[in-house]
Design a protein around this ligand. Structure first.
Ligand code: HEC
Length: 97
């Protein structure tokens, strides 16, 4: 019985640390953004490419979406799914693209 508990809690610990690594990987997070934000959008695309922004500008835009400081359709929901640390990581990654 005790052995099963040990195995179960080890499994929970190791998956938790794996997840927190994945969440703070800016590139992994950015892959979700590229579903809508094509890095090379068509000329008539309503959704902008995320290239050419500074880290600070991206981070502030995402925080404004997350904390409802900007009116928008989709982004407030998406930004709420990320911690402030994840927002910082994805902004850092995207600003270098
Ligand atoms: C489901 C589609 C979708 C996904 C996924 C998505 N976005 Fe957006 N994004 C939009 C839309 C639509 C807008 C226009 C604002 C609005 O209506 O929400 C936008 C606007 C933005 C803007 C503002 C651009 C500007 O110049 O005003 C930024 C910055 C942004 N998104 C960043 C991101 C980041 C970073 C991610 C990934 C974490 C992401 N988006 C994921 C659809 C999406």
């Amino acid at each position: 019985m005790k052995l099963w508990l040990l195995i179960a809690s080890f499994g929970m610990l190791s998956s938790a640390s794996f997840n927190s690594y994945a969440e703070l990987n800016g590139q992994n997070i950015a892959l979700n953004c590229f579903n809508c934000h094509n890095p090379k959008p068509a000329a008539n695309s309503a959704i902008p490419s995320l290239t050419g922004y500074s880290q600070q500008r991206l981070q502030q835009a995402l925080l404004d979406f997350k904390y409802d400081k900007t009116n928008a359709t989709l982004m407030p929901r998406i930004a709420k799914a990320y911690s402030d640390a994840e927002i910082s990581a994805v902004a850092a990654y995207l600003s270098q693209q």
